[in-house]
Design a binder for this molecule. Structure first.
Ligand SMILES: *[C@@H]1O[C@H](CO)[C@@H](O)[C@H](O)[C@H]1NC(C)=O
Ligand SMILES: *[C@@H]1O[C@H](CO)[C@@H](O)[C@H](O)[C@H]1NC(C)=O
Ligand SMILES: *[C@@H]1O[C@H](CO)[C@@H](O)[C@H](O)[C@H]1NC(C)=O
Length: 196
């Protein structure tokens, strides 16, 4: 073999080796990409989470309170209901009821019509509410609460619906609402609000 031939042969080998290396890197990169994609899919996209169901702060529209001798209240407001869907797909829910209670006794309720919360978004509904203390037993602590200028209410509800990810993966989820709110009878505003 001449010197030229030898170096040609060597360059040939080198080129083949480089080509093989490129292929290997390409295949490994592809496999890693697939694994990362699969992990992302399983750990992020397919993680079905219960949407958050709550009431936000509001202003009472009308409020009448009774006297010391005959304590009572009646009020109306639009409850700003929020259904926060953090999933990678829409949450379609059925009709449901939110119960408002005072000292464990129901004083009113409102209906949430069936609808859907889009993927990664918060559905907001204004639900009209009318509350009346007429169902309360006379033994309730309404007198002392009213004289302190606060009405403490509780709202409870449950929505059930289906989350659909990538148009085909479905899962049924239920979300509970349990919010406690204190309404200042002077300002007619929600003074404190906490939801479980
Ligand atoms: C109701 O709101 C008014 C005005 O912000 C405040 O002065 C008052 O202390 C509040 N009442 C109670 C019981 O916190
Ligand atoms: C609301 O009250 C109704 C009765 O009026 C009851 O059947 C329903 O279970 C209550 N819902 C919740 C979420 O407490
Ligand atoms: C709602 O939360 C209150 C406390 O804020 C708790 O006492 C009550 O048991 C809860 N109700 C439900 C149905 O989880």
């Amino acid at each position: 073999m001449s010197k030229d031939n030898e170096s040609l042969h060597y360059m040939d080998e080198e080129a083949r080796r480089k080509k093989k290396m490129k292929w290997t890197i390409g295949i490994v990169a592809f496999v890693i990409f697939q694994v990362v994609q699969a992990l992302f899919f399983v750990l992020v996209i397919m993680k079905f989470k219960s949407p958050k169901f709550r009431v936000a702060e509001f202003e009472v529209q009308t409020l009448t309170v009774g006297t010391q001798a005959s304590p009572s209240f009646a009020m109306t407001f639009d409850a700003p209901i929020q259904i926060k869907n953090t999933n990678w797909g829409p949450f379609k829910y059925g009709v449901s009821t939110i119960n408002f209670t005072y000292g464990g006794v129901q004083v009113g309720q409102t209906i949430i019509p069936k609808s859907k919360a889009n993927f990664k978004s918060t559905k907001k509904i204004n639900a009209p509410v009318a509350l009346s203390s007429s169902a309360l037993p006379s033994s309730s602590n309404l007198v002392s609460e009213l004289s302190s200028g606060i009405i403490t209410l509780n709202s409870q509800g449950e929505i059930k619906g289906k989350i659909t990810v990538m148009f085909m993966f479905k899962k049924t989820k239920t979300s509970q609402m349990n919010c406690t709110m204190a309404i200042n009878t002077t300002t007619k505003a929600v003074q404190s609000l906490s939801c479980k």
